[in-house]
Design a protein around this ligand. Structure first.
Ligand SMILES: Cc1ncc(COP(=O)(O)O)c(C=O)c1O
Length: 449
């Protein structure tokens, strides 16, 4: 590595002020350059300031910014609906557009409840969710989440949600090993449905590849298919939260495509409009749509800005580029190269416990002891220091904490734009490796503090 050594992190420093960006690079008002290795939190899938997307948004704004959903449909909304239906496949061709991930998840939960209500099955009100998961900041989405740090202040007012274990082959649950994790965890879900009483369970919600709360944790092969069977057996809806891992991030447009499973309802957001405008969607299949449409006429969810015309225009433009430039395919074929580059760059770093993830959604879990997988204590604030050090080094990456037990654990996420050049990927990996090494050089000796 030939990079000069920038200053060691300063935890007191204020955030830099963003000025402009182009492609994979972002600049602050002091002229400092950052390479965007994480798309913020896995958002900017085609990089920044794309002229074609900007022109599409400006063109839409020049005609009309927003046609209210109960007054008008629009070309942008209809085109985006068509694109998403085609990308999702199956009968996932019904959708409610919203302005982000939390609203998308909130809508997914409400669609599940409305489906059961429309079938005159008002007993099915209970959600089951997994530990170490993140579904968003609104009260419903927060209720199904299990990110302690973000929930504690709101306890007492959240929905009572049933919880099953996180599904993680690096940290299998008691009584399982990596090979049996899929089956043991699927069985745990089935047992929980039976314990609650299937007649009370509305839906099971999970992230096909866990993002911020777990650090890019894909479920093992066969898990999603088993979940699909179990949900069908007990009349429970299957909700896939693809806000972070969807829209091509894992090398498949729907993350669950790779697992050979189709959910009843799914959320998508971050990569849908790539950060150019706020946009998300709750997407649902014919099975869910049929009773809703025949009994209530339409989904009983949505907001003033549902189907915002300029946001939909941004989504159409981003998805047109993703399709035309075969970026999902590029992500899929580059996955092993990116993982290998990361592994090579950290080969001699003994705190690297696991490198995992799919496509351009890769997490590096750092541990104090590789044999026991014991994390660094949260008092180290390792992930926060790596984030700051990376910024000082001119890298935006996405270090997260609490993946082990909600408090302890450190994972550094890399989630580059799908169209980053090979040289840019190399720069991201080098700067991430440097940042991790610099912080560990200070924190390793403090390990037993
Ligand atoms: C899986 C998942 N679901 C939902 C959300 C909430 O999305 P938003 O922050 O856009 O409201 C996030 C955000 O990180 C997420 O990762």
């Amino acid at each position: 590595m030939t990079m000069t050594q920038p200053p060691i992190f300063d935890s007191q420093s204020p955030l830099p002020k963003v000025a402009w960006a182009k492609g994979s690079y972002v600049y602050d008002t002091n002229g400092k350059q950052y390479i965007d290795g994480s798309g913020g939190p896995a958002v900017y899938c085609i990089g920044h300031s794309n002229e074609e997307v900007n022109a599409a948004i400006i063109g839409q704004l020049g005609r009309i910014a927003h046609g209210y959903r109960y007054t008008f449909t629009s070309d942008a909304l209809e085109q985006l609906t068509e694109i998403i239906s085609t990308r999702c496949g199956g009968t996932l061709n019904h959708m409610v557009f919203v302005t982000g991930g939390s609203e998308a998840v909130e809508s997914c939960l409400k669609l599940a409840l409305q489906y059961h209500a429309a079938r005159d099955d008002m007993h099915r009100r209970k959600f089951i969710a997994r530990r170490r998961s993140w579904h968003g900041n609104t009260l419903g989405a927060l209720s199904v989440s299990d990110f302690l740090e973000r929930k504690t202040a709101f306890e007492g007012s959240l929905i009572d949600v049933a919880r099953v274990s996180a599904v993680n082959t690096y940290r299998p649950i008691l009584g399982a090993c990596a090979e049996t994790t899929a089956e043991v965890c699927a069985k745990e879900l089935e047992d929980e449905i039976i314990r609650i009483g299937p007649e009370h369970v509305a839906a099971f919600i999970f992230e096909p590849v866990v993002g911020a709360a777990g650090g890019c944790v894909p479920a093992p092969e066969t898990y999603a298919v088993r979940v699909r069977e179990i949900c069908d057996r007990y009349g429970v809806l299957m909700i896939a939260d693809e806000v972070m891992c969807g829209a091509g991030r894992t090398g498949w447009w729907r993350a669950l495509e790779q697992d050979g499973a189709e959910p009843d309802i799914m959320s998508v957001a971050k990569g849908l409009a790539g950060g150019y405008m706020p946009l998300g969607a709750a997407i649902y299949n014919d099975k869910v749509a049929a009773p809703i449409n025949s009994v209530h006429g339409a989904p009983l969810t949505g907001h003033t800005f549902t189907g915002h015309t300029a946001s939909c225009a941004a989504g159409v433009a981003v998805q047109t580029i993703v399709t035309r430039e075969r970026l999902v395919e590029r992500v899929r074929s580059n996955e092993s190269t990116l993982k290998q580059m990361i592994a090579d760059s950290l080969r001699d770093v003994d705190a690297v416990g696991d490198i995992r993830g799919r496509g351009y959604f890769i997490g590096i879990e750092l541990v104090a002891n590789k044999e026991t997988k014991q994390p660094f204590g949260s008092s180290h604030g390792l992930h926060i220091k790596i984030r700051q050090q990376a910024l000082a080094n001119g890298l935006i990456c996405y270090p997260v904490g609490g993946n082990v037990d909600g408090i302890n654990g450190d994972v550094v996420i890399l989630s580059p734009p799908y169209n980053s050049t090979d040289a840019e990927l190399t720069e991201m990996v080098d700067k991430m490796s440097l940042s991790i090494r610099q912080v560990l050089a200070i924190e390793r000796p403090r390990q037993h503090d």
